[in-house]
Design a protein around this ligand. Sequence first.
Ligand code: AMP
Ligand code: FE
Ligand code: FE
Ligand code: ZN
Length: 274
Amino acid sequence: MRIDFHTHSTASDGTETPAEVMRAAVAAGLDVIGLCDHDTTLGWVEATAEAAALGLEFVPGVEVSTRHAGRSIHLLALWPSIDDAAFVQMLAKTREARVERARQIVSLLAEDYALEWDSVASKAEGAETIGRPHIADALVEAGVVTTRDTAFDDLLGSDSPYYVPHYAPEVGDAVETVVEAGGVPVLAHPGADGRGAVVPDSLIEALVGRGLVGLEVDHRDHSAAERERLVGLVVRLGLVRTGASDYHGTGKQNRLGENLTTPEAYAALQAARR
Ligand code: AMP
Ligand code: FE
Ligand code: FE
Ligand code: ZN
């Protein structure tokens, strides 16, 4: 059984619609496919219908933006209830903060480049969550850079003078909110080395105390040494080891199915639902 539940659609910063991601999952030979769009569940309804029509099992998820000690941490929430007010409000608050932050980044960039807010807004049309990839797409259209990747390398990275952070809930609070909503919290790419900012052992240990269930060990942004560290934590703390593509359509190099979650780990995640 081939399982890949961390992917993105046009509901956030992916380039394919939820239905297109489901069809791409069939082409990639997947049996279980999920959507974990950033801070939104908008894609779930369309994906659920298309997955059912295609005979795929669909995992409804969200990649929740969180923070800790000034750094950004991504948290996957699998199967959370959208009837849980605290969970829904947590996402809405972050989405609103993202709009203001995108405007700030665009004003900074507009001092030096021919970039307009309307162009960024049109790149985010149809998405419920705006992010730097939409600004990247507008920069490509304006001819400032050639791809999303070069936009991040040159102008949008967290070390860039044009970078502005956005509000996000404290990671421990977010873990608890996901659990309260009946969801299963899994840290997304905790060993991804954005400016040396991997999630440290001590914080992962503390998050287990708040209800953390899994670690996304198998992800393309992890070095062999990071995978080894994370596997050690999985064993020591009794966590579930997951893996996924973090597919963004043509917006990133990541290919569907390039990393997978084993059926045993998937069963353990399902057993953690309540
Ligand atoms: P934001 O959510 O606005 O902070 O932007 C972060 C998002 O940008 C991540 O979720 C990635 O999907 C995307 N991203 C980060 N680095 C790159 C890159 N080098 N190329 C394309 N997309 C990227
Ligand atoms: Fe993304
Ligand atoms: Fe992420
Ligand atoms: Zn992601």
